[in-house]
Design a protein around this ligand. Structure first.
Ligand SMILES: C[S@@+](CC[C@H](N)C(=O)[O-])C[C@H]1O[C@@H](n2cnc3c(N)ncnc32)[C@H](O)[C@@H]1O
Length: 586
């Protein structure tokens, strides 16, 4: 595998949220977490709505989280629970020329075809353009008008939020305000009545842009979209903010936003049993893409609630609580957030006496941290607190400049990683894990052509450290783990620029102590890593989707590595045969 393949995969991948956190705030009654159904939960009658929900689940009213989806039968991990095309999906504005606006596939080598009228949307081919035309014909002229009135090129295309809401309202009008489609959209949770004042400003601004984009100028015109009063407009915005999911490429790179009312029925947990993915299954025709799937990553018992995470669950507890409150306005009481007694790997450091145990990281509120195994006290509290604070600042800075100034970002992550590590943080501790993952993506993006052994090996070590961290905080089969393992496996099969000469026994011994090893042991490690990746991808992207596009790529890689290992074994056999022949001749 060449290193450029890896660089093409350079992601703007977030540590991960499936439902898009937005700056707009929404509010909801405070509520409890998820899990086992209680007697007070009643089955919600859906009156012909949500036809895509399979019979193995049902909608129930929960005492504190509103409606939710519950298993009626046992659901095994790796099963696809819901599979549907979103009601609405739009690409991020900056990626409009990189992905097809209909099927959301990346631009083929021959390039995408641009809509010649609005010049804003791009498609794979005429078939994709035609399949999108029923919707695009309405937005095409809106996009043209918007561009004409834009003060400059940078804002010539409205944001993904405005375009998505525009499509949602237009489709409602086209389908009919009493249609099932419209009822499902209108049935999504709105927090209008309990919206905090802080949300009003952003919601008002969005409403203003939305009305301008739709080009409506009278109450009569607005009513055709089902908006009879200002309150209805606020509902549209609130529903959008509360229920939108990040549209991702099959490798989890965020590429836009999507809305699916049945999938939006899934409530949140920071330790979810389900993930929302867009796996790009092989047998799905492009007209059915982007296919959105809710996949079980844990076995789910009958009566148990199906939950997904709305935010990055590698974050520490306070960070998660704050994000959920700000973006979805509820106080998370899931098992992970409620249990403050156990040791959370997201907030852990090694024992100061190196007994092999771990301690919770000290905080301003709880400065006295002790190893859970040998009870040794952390004496360097101030230094650890400083490292955590400076680490978070450096992470925010590096993340914000990673595309505009990659060298600066890399300098920040290179400097901070050793500081956080020597402060004693474990690889799963926030912000070290996030910093390691960012450092890995920057190392991949800056791999020289051809790669140097040092740069390649550092990237492999960083990817390994990231997997160690991720494996402590995410359940086996979580797609982020599967993707991280696939990435490491691919790094390990990049041709070594300067492999060790393993012809002497001492070099072979030396190689055993090295990480990553060189030569055949490296290939063996690549093979084992790719097997692990494939197994986890089959869970996270669903076994019926064959682990999604990445799962299929990994399978192909495995076939190549197997052939290479086979050739190598043949080579060894031949060499042995040669030497015994030579001995006989001698
Ligand atoms: C995408 S909707 C989920 C479906 C929603 N319960 C309904 O009835 O339509 C997101 C909203 O559900 C509620 N919610 C989701 N997960 C929750 C949880 N773990 N605890 C409390 N409320 C939750 C919050 O009000 C949140 O803004």
């Amino acid at each position: 595998m060449s290193f450029s393949d890896l660089q093409n995969e350079r992601q703007n991948r977030q540590p991960q949220s499936f439902v898009k956190p937005t700056s707009e705030t929404s509010s909801s009654p405070s509520n409890s977490g998820t899990s086992i159904a209680s007697a007070s939960q009643t089955v919600v009658s859906a009156d012909g709505l949500y036809q895509v929900l399979p019979t193995l689940v049902e909608i129930r009213q929960t005492p504190s989280s509103g409606r939710g989806i519950f298993a009626k039968e046992k659901i095994s991990r790796g099963s696809i629970i819901i599979s549907t095309k979103p009601h609405v999906n739009v690409l991020s504005t900056k990626l409009l020329d990189a992905f097809c606006s209909a099927c959301c596939a990346p631009a083929p080598p021959t390039g995408l075809k641009r809509c010649t009228r609005c010049r804003a949307l791009w498609y794979c081919n005429a078939a994709c353009q035609n399949s999108d035309w029923t919707m695009h014909k309405h937005e095409c002229s809106a996009l043209q008008k918007w561009a004409k009135s834009a003060p400059n090129e940078d804002v010539a295309i409205p944001s993904d939020a405005i375009r998505a809401m525009g499509r949602m309202l237009t489709r409602k009008k086209v389908e009919g305000l009493d249609s099932i489609w419209a009822k499902e959209v209108d049935g999504m949770q709105s927090h209008r009545s309990s919206m905090p004042t802080s949300a009003f400003e952003s919601h008002t601004q969005l409403s203003h842009f939305l009305v301008k984009y739709l080009g409506v100028s009278s109450p009569y015109e607005l009513a055709q979209y089902g908006i009879a009063a200002v309150a209805d407009l606020v509902d549209v915005i609130s529903r959008f903010v509360t229920n939108t999911v990040t549209l991702t490429a099959p490798d989890l790179t965020p590429i836009g936003i999507a809305i699916s009312p049945p999938i939006a029925l899934i409530n949140h947990s920071c330790d979810p049993n389900t993930v929302i993915v867009f796996p790009h299954a092989a047998d799905v025709p492009s007209k059915d893409e982007p296919l959105m799937q809710a996949v079980a990553i844990k076995d789910i018992s009958p009566g148990e609630e199906v939950t997904a995470s709305y935010i990055d669950t590698t974050l520490h507890r306070l960070g998660r609580l704050q994000m959920l409150k700000e973006s979805y306005n509820f106080d998370c009481q899931c098992s992970l957030c409620s249990d403050t007694t156990g040791l959370d790997p997201r907030e852990s450091m090694w024992c100061p006496k190196s007994c092999g145990g771990m301690c919770p990281v000290p905080t301003e509120e709880n400065p006295l941290a002790r190893c859970v195994k040998c009870k040794a006290a952390v004496s360097s509290t101030d230094a650890v607190l400083d490292a955590l604070r400076v680490g978070q600042e450096a992470l925010d800075k590096a993340a914000s400049v990673q595309f505009a100034d990659i060298d600066k970002a890399k300098q920040l992550t290179s400097n901070m990683n050793p500081i956080l590590t020597s402060a004693g943080l474990t690889p799963s501790c926030h912000p070290l894990l996030a910093m390691t993952r960012l450092h890995q993506s920057l190392l991949i993006a800056t791999l020289p052509h051809p790669p140097t052994q040092d740069h390649l090996d550092e990237t492999i070590r960083t990817a390994t450290k990231a997997i160690t961290g991720l494996s402590s905080v995410l359940t086996e089969g979580h797609p982020i783990r599967g993707i991280a393992l696939a990435e490491l496996g691919k790094l390990l099969i990049v041709d070594e620029p300067e492999p060790l000469d393993l012809s002497s026994p001492s070099a072979v011994e030396e190689n055993k102590k090295r990480y990553p090893p060189s030569g055949p042991p490296r290939l063996k490690l690549a093979y084992d890593t790719l097997v692990r990746a494939r197994n986890e991808l089959l869970i996270g992207f669903g076994s019926a989707s064959d682990g999604g596009q990445v799962g299929r790529d990994v399978r192909e890689c495995l076939v190549r590595v197997e052939a290479e290992v086979g050739t190598w074994k043949e080579g060894v056999k031949e060499a042995l045969a040669d030497s015994s022949r030579l001995k006989k001749v001698g």
